[in-house]
Design a protein around this ligand. Structure first.
Ligand code: FBP
Length: 702
């Protein structure tokens, strides 16, 4: 064996060997290829200058509160960016003036962030090499505390086309107090900033709008760049015109999840013994799960928005007949959802498939009414406690027992004070019925934006616990059965010199009528098997059940084995797909163009992402008119609306139409699709998300 050979070289000599140097170097060919790649730029950036063309083509219903709180930017319009070859002196001077620009990442990492920086940096330096670009470190805290890093060529070049937000890091702090706002203004003044760019999700772009308002008088432009792997920043106007079809990072994360899940499809259909339960990120919306379904054709993919849309027709009919309203008929309960999963497992078992892959969106509980009610009530309880006490809720009640005691006291209060309705005895009883780990999950600390930390709740454990309980019950009732192929039954009995036509009807309810034989429900143990055989005169009392028959019986009783996976942080840290590389570099160029043309309170975006690159149109979207009031930390706050999956969209309808096919509860093979790994070069599937391509078909025939 080569490994057993004695080493002839000394360690010092070995460590200088080219093969060892290559193996221990941090730089590999893939990295060099990525760093050296220059993303194409939109035709709007093909000339020396760009100009903004304001348009009234798009309409927005403006919230009164937004009008009141954001007067300086509420009248902003959509701006189209166009190229300009030559400009008069005044324009050229203003465009190319020396600028100081700050950029910050906010929220979870999303592949492509470094290219936003690269696009902005390149455009800024091209317009004026003396301009300076500062990165604020570790998220918005960097602005509040004036922690910066001035970017230079070497630093930017080192991160081109690479994933993560490693260069300047990120954080989830919200600049939401007068003090933090004042400190941020101070930082901008100290750095003599002309513009501040906030790369973030819905909450961070909300923050960008407030900062734009706050710094308007100081002349500091504040621009947002929509990012989040969750894909829930999609902007449409009142007439459903799409302005931003998808935030950056979504494609890469979905492709990364899809590649891993597709590998599980391959593994599970090879050793045919596991159900793989894959939770995929997406705090609220199920966009990532939907794209994963399209990429992999996993056997069952839950889409939260679809579950919320569910109507229990039987309950509705009954209530109608009784002239009452049954609120439980709208949306799905956790128990009902577990039944949906069980049905899929059962249907596959009945054709001999005791394996498969299930995709569960991280935010699925958000769409289960009973859980959502708990989340909202607990959000309010935590927020109200924190408002009146110096100590934070979680510091005051460190243990689950302490928190439950607090809830018990609130329930007691509701009994003594009829006006207190936040937490009553019924809430308390229901809450005490759920497993402790889930109670703990629901009581977990919210982030600075008041978001519920879905990624830390073991949703899949809660659901699969219910599934397992129900499958056990069905097994007891003899209704969870694994089909045995007729040919296999015949072969096994023939080998044991037993007559299949004698035993078949006793063992199976559909013997002679189907290819997949289903055990009779009353046979649920070797004991009941023996009784059935004795009753049919095939076994004398006291004799052992023939080994071949026992073997067949055991084959017909499925054991439910699961493997649980969570896909989130891995996809978030993936190096970007070509789509995300190009998209984000152009977003960087877009944001510079907005800055150079004096915009503020706008969000950089690219229209027509779903179309051919030649049709991509860089634009500025006004943030303030997109804002509306929403419950946050138990209070109404002005925020940017999250886009959830539209159950009428083509992408969802295609998934729905293929559900049965992908479940493959029939004698055919599975229909798994192999998207393959993310490849930076070569011919691969990196053009754009499938969701976008499908949804774009809605415009066909217009
Ligand atoms: P952003 O909305 O900030 O982009 O983050 C999205 C996300 O990746 C969610 O999918 C996930 O629920 C959450 O971040 C996890 O947050 P954390 O980084 O705090 O664990």
């Amino acid at each position: 064996m080569p490994g057993k050979k004695k080493m002839k070289m000394k360690m010092k000599e070995l460590s200088q060997h080219p093969a060892v140097l290559r193996a221990t170097d941090d730089i590999n060919p893939e990295l060099l290829e990525r760093r050296g790649y220059s993303p194409r730029v939109c035709s709007a950036f093909s000339q020396k200058y760009t100009v903004l063309k304001e348009t009234d083509e798009f309409e927005f219903t403006v919230d009164k509160e937004a009008q009141k709180q954001l007067p300086n930017i509420i009248d902003n319009k959509v701006q189209k960016i166009e190229s300009l070859k030559t400009a008069d002196d005044a324009f050229a001077k203003a465009y190319g003036k020396k600028r100081n620009i700050g950029i910050v990442f906010s929220g979870g990492p999303a592949p492509g962030g470094h290219n936003v920086i690269a696009g902005l940096y390149d455009a800024a330096k091209l317009a004026n090499p003396k301009s300076r670009v500062y990165g604020f470190l570790i998220g918005p805290d960097g602005i509040v505390e004036n922690e910066t890093l001035e970017l230079d060529d070497d630093l930017v070049d080192a991160y081109r086309n690479l994933g993560g937000f490693t260069m300047i890091k990120t954080g989830r702090t919200k600049i939401d107090t007068r003090e933090k706002m004042a400190l941020s203004r101070q930082t901008c003044r100290k750095l003599d900033l002309d513009a501040l760019v906030i790369v973030g999700g819905d909450d961070s772009n909300t923050n960008a709008a407030f900062l734009a308002q706050e710094m308007f008088a100081d002349g500091v432009q504040v621009l947002g760049v929509p990012k989040t792997i969750d894909g829930d920043i999609q902007v449409r106007d009142d007439n459903e015109n799409v302005l931003c079809a998808m935030s950056f990072g979504f494609h890469t994360a979905a492709r990364a999840f899809a590649n891993s899940i597709s590998n599980l499809c391959t593994d599970s259909s090879s050793d045919v013994k596991y159900w793989h339960i894959c939770k995929v990120m997406g705090r609220v919306a199920s966009h990532l799960a939907l794209e994963t379904a399209l990429q992999t054709h996993a056997n069952l993919t839950l889409i939260g928005e679809d579950l919320a849309d569910y109507l229990d027709e039987d309950r509705l009919k009954k209530a109608q007949q009784e002239g009452t309203v049954d609120f439980h008929a709208y949306g799905m309960t956790l128990r009902h959802l577990s039944r949906v999963i069980c049905e899929a497992i059962l249907r596959r078992a009945e054709v001999g498939k005791n394996y498969g892959v299930i995709v569960i969106p991280e935010g699925v509980l958000e769409f289960i009414n009973e859980i959502q009610v708990f989340i909202i009530k607990l959000n309010t309880i935590i927020a109200e406690y924190n408002q009146t006490h110096d100590k934070e809720f979680h510091a005051a009640f460190p243990l689950l027992e302490d928190k439950l005691d607090h809830l018990r006291r609130l329930a007691q209060r509701s009994r003594e004070d009829a006006s207190f309705k936040l937490w009553n005895t019924r809430d308390d009883d229901l809450f005490n019925d759920i497993p402790a780990f889930f109670q703990e999950g629901l009581l977990m600390e919210r982030d600075s934006h008041g978001n519920f930390p879905f990624s830390q709740v073991e949703t899949e454990k809660v659901l699969m616990g219910l599934v397992r309980d129900y499958l056990d019950l069905l097994k007891e009732e003899g209704r969870y059965r694994l089909a045995v192929k007729q040919a296999y039954f015949h072969k096994t009995l023939a080998a044991a010199e037993l007559d299949p036509d004698a035993y078949g009807p006793v063992l199976f309810e559909n013997y002679g009528r189907a290819e997949f034989l289903l055990k009779r429900p009353e046979i649920i143990s070797v004991k009941t098997l023996r009784q059935s055989l004795e009753k049919a005169g095939l076994l004398k009392e006291g004799n052992a059940v023939p080994a071949a028959i026992e073997k067949i019986y055991k084959k017909a009783v499925p054991s439910f084995k699961t493997q649980i996976h969570f896909y989130g942080y891995d996809g978030r840290g993936n190096d970007p797909t070509r789509f995300d590389c190009i998209y984000t570099y152009n977003l960087g160029c877009t944001v510079f163009s907005l800055i150079a043309n004096g915009a503020t309170g706008q969000m950089a975006a690219i229209r027509n992402l779903e179309k051919d690159f030649s049709k991509w149109q860089p634009i500025g979207i006004p943030i303030a008119p997109l804002m509306h009031l929403e419950e946050r930390k138990g209070k109404l706050a002005l925020v940017l609306e999250k886009s959830i999956v539209d159950v009428n969209s083509i992408a969802f309808q295609v998934v729905k139409a293929n559900r049965d096919k992908w479940l493959a509860a029939n004698s055919e093979g599975d229909h798994f699709r192999r998207p393959g790994p993310i490849r930076f070069t070569g011919k691969s599937e990196e053009e754009r998300p499938i969701t976008l391509e499908l949804n774009a078909l809605a415009d066909e025939g217009d």
